[in-house]
Write a protein of this length. Structure first.
Ligand SMILES: [Zn+2]
Length: 268
């Protein structure tokens, strides 16, 4: 399986809009891996995860084509993950296509918003529920319950292509027992996990900081869900997390954890 990290930033990206934080200023100056667009990923260039406001730019940057997609899977309805307007360009009158080329998977609020916004448009929506596996071509996808935006069934996704297994976990705080129980017995080849708060923890419990990230990884290692060779990668970094790419790398490298960045592609 190949996973490309299209966006590794949090909701306002890095450098953030209207922001003079140290991390934003550093990114404006140094660019490179410090520039983080809004969170999204794609598996094998075809299975799209989230549809944020930077989708057009991310596809252009990576030389990808939305017509290759076989599904779009939305983790939850927050704006940085689900920009509903981006759907309309797939069909007439924006182009000649009369039918949307692939289904959109999302929780109840996501699907409801699509239907209400585009009642007569040819979108195929499939409602997802945590812990209920669905299949897209050769991929088995299982949403697991995220500890994030608790007024809806926010998901992290386990993606299994029959050869390898990936958990894409943005956004979430420390999981509830239901998710920990579900992950028992699962062996991951790749974990992409959010680290929004970096070195600057807040009282909000719907995101992880760097030490909470380590606690999650440590527990997964003790459970055997993460093996020696499992790729563990951070994502969803906020400019308020007080960590540049180099500083985060310095912190995480001794734990065998890779700091994600826009355009990172991993094969496992
Ligand atoms: Zn987010």
């Amino acid at each position: 399986m190949k996973l490309t990290m299209l966006g590794s930033g949090a909701a306002d990206g890095i450098p953030a809009f209207y922001s003079e934080t140290r991390v934003s200023k550093h990114a404006r100056l140094h660019r490179g891996k410090d520039v983080r667009s809004r969170p999204a990923a794609i598996v094998d260039d075809v299975l799209k995860i989230d549809l944020g406001p930077d989708t057009w730019y991310q596809l252009m940057r990576e030389g990808l084509d939305a017509r290759d997609w076989i599904a779009v899977m939305i983790t939850h309805s927050d704006d940085d993950h689900f920009s509903i307007d981006e759907l309309q360009y797939a069909v007439f009158p924006f182009n000649d296509m009369e039918f949307f080329g692939f289904p959109i998977y999302g929780n109840q609020p996501v699907c409801r918003r699509i239907i209400e916004r585009y009642p007569a448009w040819p979108f195929e929506v499939q409602v997802t529920k945590s812990f209920q596996t669905f299949e897209v071509a050769e991929y088995k996808v299982t949403p697991v319950e995220a500890n994030h935006k608790r007024d809806e069934d926010s998901h992290n996704f386990i993606i299994d292509d029959g050869k390898s297994v990936c958990l894409y976990a943005t956004d979430t705080g420390y999981w509830f027992d239901t998710t920990w129980d579900f992950l028992t017995g699962i062996k991951l080849d790749c974990l992409v996990l959010e680290c929004s708060e970096g070195f600057n923890p807040t009282p909000y419990n719907g995101h992880l900081d760097a030490n909470e990230f380590l606690a999650v990884v440590d527990r997964l290692r003790r459970m055997g869900t993460i093996k020696e060779r499992t790729r563990v990668i951070t994502t969803h970094h906020s400019h308020n997390g007080e960590g540049t790419h180099d500083e985060l790398t310095q912190f995480f490298c001794s734990y065998g954890i890779e700091v994600g960045y826009d355009g990172l592609t991993v094969e496992f």
